[in-house]
Ligand binder design. Structure first.
Ligand code: 5GP
Length: 208
């Protein structure tokens, strides 16, 4: 079976990354993609649940998982909270031919690139800082103070955009989704992927 592709998707918060990933997953036909569920020490937001959006754990639990070497990467991301990607589920899914998305920040992306070859990374940009701020305010989840911190974190995150293989500007949502789908489609058509996927056909075509 062909190994699935591993993708990193990063963006400043409010750029629409989560909506793009959920739309992508909803439109898939054969469960050929999944998003890895990270561990975090931040408390759940309204509507978020354990094992669906994140594994919500205490700082003690998180540090114990670090000691057990469970994480492929981890970082202190926002408000001093730990976020981390655990290895076992990712490997299992990739081995079954499923594409796995890591919704992680630039620090995590740097760690993964050092450890995993063949990882493709995608950065989502907002159309402007004003629009980003409006989206954060519109979510109604954060206080004015948290929004200010998120905005300065956003600019820090954006400054790493040029470490990524692909960049999408999420101005019109449907267009950004089409761009994301185009990336995945072209990645499935690369020589190395197609060689494995169509091994039998290629052998037949070259048999004489
Ligand atoms: P939020 O608290 O809004 O869910 O996420 C804040 C940031 O943490 C986002 O940029 C998100 O991509 C990042 N993040 C989520 N999970 C992980 C992870 O496992 N590792 C790293 N490094 N960053 C993560």
């Amino acid at each position: 079976m062909t190994q699935g592709n591993l993708y990193i998707i990063s963006a400043p918060s409010g750029a629409g990354k989560s909506s793009l990933i959920s739309a992508l997953l909803q439109q898939q036909q054969n469960n050929e993609m999944m998003v890895s569920i990270s561990h975090t020490t931040r408390p759940p937001r309204p509507g978020e649940s354990h094992g669906v959006h994140y594994y919500f754990v205490s700082i003690e639990e998180f540090e114990s998982l670090i000691k057990q070497d469970l994480f492929l990467e981890y970082a202190k991301v926002f408000g001093g909270n730990y976020y981390g990607t655990s290895l076992p589920a990712i490997e299992e899914n990739l081995a079954q031919g499923i594409d796995v998305f890591l919704d992680i920040d630039w620090q995590g992306a740097q760690q993964i690139r050092k450890k995993v070859s063949n990882v493709k990374s995608i950065f989502i940009l907002p159309p402007s800082l004003t629009e980003l701020e409006q989206r954060l305010i519109g979510r109604g989840q954060d206080s004015q103070e948290v929004i200010l911190t998120r905005m300065s974190k956003a600019i820090e995150e954006i400054s790493h955009y040029n470490e990524y293989d692909y960049v999408i500007v999420n101005d019109v949502f449907e267009q950004a989704l089409a761009d994301l789908q185009a990336i995945l489609r072209s990645e499935r058509l690369t020589l190395s992927h197609q060689k494995k996927q169509n091994q039998q056909l290629i052998e037949q075509l070259l048999a004489k």
